[in-house]
Design a protein around this ligand. Structure first.
Ligand SMILES: Nc1nc2c(ncn2[C@@H]2O[C@H](COP(=O)(O)OP(=O)(O)OP(=O)(O)O)[C@@H](O)[C@H]2O)c(=O)[nH]1
Length: 431
């Protein structure tokens, strides 16, 4: 099998640009792993041809159930989680095993992201130090080339990855550090068999798009077996699709009815969705269309920076604002509770009531004696006891200090961030 030479020396980006993360998602057997192998080989080849300007990709395998991976991964979920052992230990079936393995892996997301950022992002410049006399400045060293792409293979059970808490943690963590694009791999021969299979696959893609809110490229794979031109035409022109539906109905002379009209209505609704998608035809077997795929990735990278990143920042800022509001409310509530405690203490009704309790008078002479005591107290009332006067200030300072500490503690707890909190949630749910 002839391997085509990459025509674009750098389908890749400039050296110090953060790499684009490409997440390969697709139904079981659609060819994700073969596609990963192909684009990985393509980037390695580009690196060999232009070692001074391009670096090899950084590769992650997130499929815990795959027996062997035909490419070398820098991070492999199987190194930290034993899928078979997980199934045995938790008494799970294959899907539960994959889900639990992903959950266990997601508890290490901080380490994974730390590693990714260390390997794939330029080092943050250290703060300038005061210039010292006689110390010659060392010549600037050449920064190592950064990978232009991060490639991620996922399990074939799409729902397990996309709709799980761990999948969400992995995706959102990646997207918060790198421009991220989803490559939705489609098994062209199977998907374009008929209009309803095609529509089912498109609905799957749309649900992933809306769930992840990341730019998406539809990769029609296995084009060496079947040309996706007809399916692409169905996306571009809904009338062609509706004509195909009618043709199928005529041929089958059954089914028609609601199915045909449902497909027709959906083709109208989906027109908007198709417009936002990148579509490429690829053969992972022959390498056909890989250059076009990387060109599309660059387009989507720009789209991510232009549309998705500001949207992500806005969502993050909203979440931060909500957290801050919640924190203020909690502090307010606590301070109100404390004030109630203090006032009940002042009235002497609580168990910490201030001062010695007074005995109840039993006789008239007792009452007279007590009144005398009171008037004696009042006589000296003009004198201000400095200790008594200082009390409210001390209380206020104590209250302020407590409030500050409480706010700091709340902030610290909340700054544990989504990932740590979610990881904690997963850990608990595993228990
Ligand atoms: N003819 C042809 N076959 C392909 C192509 N891409 C993948 N295949 C075949 O499709 C089958 C499935 O490919 P995989 O790469 O294992 O698919 P996958 O999506 O990773 O599968 P899961 O890991 O089970 O989800 C294999 O037999 C591949 O050889 C292609 O472009 N052309």
């Amino acid at each position: 099998m002839a391997t085509p030479t990459p025509t674009t020396p750098s389908p890749t980006s400039t050296a110090q640009q953060p790499p684009c993360a490409i997440i390969c998602i697709g139904m079981a057997g659609s060819g994700k792993t073969t596609f990963m192998q192909r684009i990985n080989a393509h980037l390695h080849q580009a690196h060999q041809q232009h070692p001074a300007t391009t670096a090899p990709p950084y590769v992650l395998n997130l499929d815990p159930a795959v027996r062997s991976v035909p490419f070398e991964s820098n991070i492999d979920i199987r190194d930290s989680v034993n899928y078979k052992e997980v199934m045995k230990q938790y008494n799970l079936g294959p899907n539960g095993g994959i889900l639990t393995s992903l959950n266990l892996f997601a508890t290490k997301i901080d380490q994974v992201m730390g590693l990714l950022e260390k390997r794939c992002l330029p080092p943050t410049p250290s703060p300038p130090t005061a210039p010292q006399a006689q110390t010659p400045t060392p010549p600037p060293t050449q920064a190592p080339l950064l990978p232009s792409h991060i490639l991620i293979d996922t399990p074939g059970q799409i729902e397990v990855f996309v709709w799980s808490a761990s999948g969400e943690i992995l995706l959102s963590s990646l997207a918060s550090s790198f421009p991220t694009v989803i490559a939705y791999i489609i098994d062209t021969p199977r998907t374009t068999q008929n209009t309803s299979t095609f529509m089912s696959n498109m609905l799957y893609a749309i649900s992933i798009l809306y769930k992840t809110r990341l730019p998406m490229i539809l990769v029609f794979n296995k084009t060496d077996v079947k040309d996706p031109a007809e399916a692409v035409e169905w996306m571009r022109d809904f009338e062609t699709f509706q004509a195909a539906v009618r043709r199928e109905e005529d041929e089958e002379r059954e089914g028609g009815g609601y199915m045909g009209s449902l497909l027709n209505s959906m083709s109208l609704v989906l027109e908007e969705f198709y417009n936002g998608l990148g579509v490429v035809s690829v053969s992972s077997m022959t390498g056909d269309g890989v250059d076009a795929f990387f060109a599309k990735v660059e387009e989507k990278r720009d789209e991510f920076e232009r549309d998705y990143r500001p949207e992500m920042r806005k969502r993050k800022a909203d979440a931060e604002r909500q957290k801050a509001d919640l924190r203020d409310k909690e502090v307010g509530r606590m301070m109100r509770d404390m004030k109630m405690d203090v006032s009940s203490k002042a009235k002497g009704t609580g168990k910490y009531a201030a001062g010695p309790t007074r005995e109840e008078p039993e006789t008239v002479s007792d009452v007279e004696a007590m009144e005398d005591e009171d008037s004696d107290d009042e006589a000296g009332g003009g004198m201000v006891d400095p200790d008594v006067d200082a009390e409210p200030d001390e209380d206020a300072m104590f209250e302020e200090g407590l409030k500050a500490r409480y706010e700091a503690a709340l902030q610290e707890r909340q700054q544990g961030g989504v990932t740590a909190k979610s990881a904690e949630y997963i850990r608990r749910s595993q228990g």
